[in-house]
Ligand binder design. Sequence first.
Ligand code: NAD
Length: 230
Amino acid sequence: MKNIVILTGAGISAESGIRTFRDSDGLWEEYRIEDVATYEAWQRNQDLVIDFYNQRRRQLVDVKPNAAHIALCRLEAKYNVHIITQNVDDLHERAGSKNILHLHGELKKVRSTVDDKLIYDLKGWELKKGDVCEKGSQLRPHIVWFGEEVPLIQTAGELSSTADIFIIIGTSLNVYPAAGLLNFVPTLTPKYLIDPNAKDNYYKPNLTVIKEKAGIAVPKLVEDLLNDDE
Ligand code: NAD
């Protein structure tokens, strides 16, 4: 079986109603990154950070996977599929995809502030000040904040280097090190970038840029790949 590796970003969840990061109606028009998504913010104002992620988690209850998340699952009938997502939502899981690596953490998990290995599934959407780990320290969102290390980047790089086909969906390719994963993909591997706002001057060998919304373009590409005779 051929390996398909898929890198997804906030754009794949946009049609489910989750706002992206840098679009004009993006989330970060309302919030400053440094106030809610850095370790310094956490040290300065835990209430604000907890509330920000509680709102994001609460929103998950009302949204559903869209046609793009759902179509990707169909590839598993013919390919060995791995999804590397920058998203912290759980829409790939809920659509039914099997192998999902969350590079930037997961909204539905929380972790200890004294021991990174103590990670818990949060019941419900609300993390409260005073919720502690088994060692007695305040729990924090299980999110990779700006300026923090990305523990799974090496695994993601190794996966990318095995890709026979590499598909990028809905990411501005602005956030490193995730954006650098393309550099691990073998030169001859066919690559697809699906993003309505993809830059015109973005060039990589064997890259096909599809400037359409994920909900339209992903099901079409999946159909083509399933019908591919190779
Ligand atoms: P980004 O916001 O920087 O880029 C989103 C991209 O999606 C843009 O290039 C935009 O043109 C594209 N897009 C918008 N609508 C689309 C659609 N319908 N179909 C396809 N593409 C569409 O997001 P990023 O590159 O993923 O980087 C953002 C960071 O923000 C990540 O670290 C992620 O953790 C975080 N984030 C996650 C979520 C989520 O979990 N759903 C949402 C917002 C931000």
